[in-house]
Design a protein around this ligand. Structure first.
Ligand code: AMP
Ligand code: ZN
Length: 113
């Protein structure tokens, strides 16, 4: 498996890990776009939103609740934060292992660029 994020989960590529349980792994983005920029990923390899199946529904809900807990832990929950999943070319998806960007610590524009 040549997936970058699967290698990070296995510890084959270093990262700044901030959370892990049996299903979920979270670490700081290497190229942060905000004072807080964390990637929350499933341990199961799922390429992206189009590849989600019904059995993943609970996992995705858990990832969202985990995002809020991490936002609280990193002190950005009160002021607000953004959770983003890029899907496909127009959104600029670069890594095809589903990941949720947690961005916080600054105000953000809408619509995003
Ligand atoms: P996306 O464009 O949505 O596919 O996002 C991929 C994200 O992964 C980008 O924000 C990258 O900065 C980040 N990234 C790529 N390689 C690494 C790495 N080795 N460690 C942490 N984050 C990474
Ligand atoms: Zn993977």
């Amino acid at each position: 498996m040549s997936c970058l994020f699967c290698k990070i989960i296995k510890g084959e590529i270093p990262c700044k890990k901030i959370y892990e349980d049996d299903q979920i792994f979270a670490f700081h983005d290497i190229n942060p776009q905000a004072p807080v920029h964390v990637l929350i990923i499933s341990k199961k390899h799922i390429s992206g939103i189009p590849q989600l199946v019904i059995d993943d529904d609970a996992l995705i809900g858990k990832i969202m609740r985990t995002a809020h807990k991490i936002a609280q832990q990193l002190n950005v929950a009160d002021q607000g934060y953004r959770v983003v999943v890029n899907s496909g070319r127009n959104a600029g998806q670069e890594v095809f292992h589903i990941h949720f960007h947690l961005l916080g610590g600054r105000s953000m524009n809408w619509p995003p660029g």
